[in-house]
Design a protein around this ligand. Structure first.
Ligand code: 3PG
Length: 388
């Protein structure tokens, strides 16, 4: 997008403004809106007539719903841009916007055919513009009419600065990383992250696991986990990863101490125990101080760090130390670090290290699919157009 002459052109920007809201509709985190501003500003500075759209939530197609309207987003975007951003409710038939001005097109998932990536809808949208810009990394794993179909039919299709920056940062971390490459993959279930674990286990030098995933690896290493969250069906997979990594000189460090409780509650008394002393009625809710120190040492020596998932139940004060130590170690490390995923961003905000992480992705599902090594359809179609 940066290379194109957009003066007087009609530019259609697909952004990801799908932000969390509370029950009253107030935006609780505007990170994605802020991240979309540079692309919109750039188009305006180049003298384009700018149309921006996004999805919000997962509304029923073909019908308007107030709860999923982009109205609060238009207001916030206007504040950030320092100008009014009119919201256009019906836009498929044509949009009235002049060069140097910007409008927001109402939730694109209200349109019939958006989710199914219908050609007829994509063609109508392509006809609205001279240039289509995809700046929605957060939705790059979805092949929908505004992320994929329109890119086939638009006269010109290109990536916006946010999409380009995300791909650049993630590519830098995974394609040709400075070594050692250390990944932290944590979460309650192995099943939800199995493909990521497998993909990363082939590339990383150290794979730090946390949460329910760590419990599966502890069990696979012959340690007791009491009544901690675990998916025993996935033990063979965990064992295979351990063996495979060790065979190529890489490692999955297993916790040597943990913080346990008898119940899953914020006020449950927390006890630090050696990993081998976990009892049948114990629940592991965090890594212990010796393990945290060991992980901090690994992170301190890393060349590149990929972080997805808190290593303990950090929402409960007594079980947040491990995640805090990890966050601090990443922040102080000289490594290039990338982080993504809802819980990880919440931990980064809680421990105040936002400015000391190399790159924070705006992607949730898209970030995970990138780590899985999957092709992101919205990116693939732009690459195809560029190569044609
Ligand atoms: C996200 O929040 O991960 C993206 O905006 C995609 O939303 P979706 O899962 O509803 O497609």
């Amino acid at each position: 997008m940066a290379d194109l002459d957009l003066a007087g052109k009609r530019v259609f920007i697909r952004a990801d403004l799908n932000v969390p809201q509370d029950d009253s509709g107030a935006i609780t985190d505007d990170t994605r809106i802020r991240a979309s501003v540079p692309g919109i500003r750039l188009a305006l500075e180049k003298g384009a007539a700018v149309m921006v759209t996004s999805h919000l939530g997962r509304p029923t197609e073909g019908q308007f719903s107030e709860a999923d309207s982009l109205a609060p987003i238009a207001k916030r975007l206007g504040e950030l841009l320092g100008r009014e951003v009119p919201l256009v409710r019906d836009w498929l038939g044509g949009v009235d916007v002049k060069p140097g001005a910007v409008v927001l097109l109402e939730n694109c998932r209200f349109n019939v055919g958006e989710k199914k990536n219908a050609d007829e809808l994509a063609q109508k949208m392509a006809a609205l513009c001279d240039v289509y810009v995809n700046d929605a990394f957060g939705t790059a794993h979805r092949a929908e009419a505004t992320t994929h179909g329109i890119a086939k039919f638009a006269k010109v299709a290109c990536a916006g600065p946010l999409l380009a920056a995300e791909l650049d940062a993630l590519g830098k971390a995974l394609a040709n990383p400075r070594r050692p490459l250390v990944a932290i993959v944590a979460g309650s279930k192995v099943s939800t992250k199995l493909t990521i674990l497998k993909t990363l286990s082939e590339r990383v030098d150290r794979l730090i696991v946390g949460g329910g995933i760590a419990n599966a690896f502890m069990l696979a290493a012959g340690l007791p986990i009491g009544k901690s969250l675990c998916e025993p069906d996935l033990l063979p997979e965990a064992k295979e990863i351990l063996v495979m990594m060790e065979a190529r000189g890489a490692k999955v460090p297993i916790p040597t101490d943990v913080v346990v409780a008898k119940t899953f509650a914020a006020d449950a008394p927390a006890t630090v125990k050696a990993a081998k002393e976990v009892e049948d009625d114990d629940m592991i809710l965090d890594i212990g101080p010796a393990t945290a120190k060991h992980y901090a040492g690994i992170l301190g020596m890393a060349g590149t760090i990929v972080w997805n998932g808190p290593v303990g139940v950090f929402e409960f004060e007594a079980f947040g130390n491990g995640t805090k130590e990890v966050a601090d170690a990443i922040a102080s490390s000289k490594a290039f670090s990338i982080a993504g995923g809802g819980d990880t961003l919440a931990a980064i905000a809680k421990y105040g290290v936002t400015d000391r992480i190399g790159y924070i992705s705006t992607g949730g599902g898209a970030f995970l699919e990138f780590l899985e090594g999957k092709v992101l359809p919205a990116v693939e179609i732009l690459e195809k157009r560029a190569a044609a």
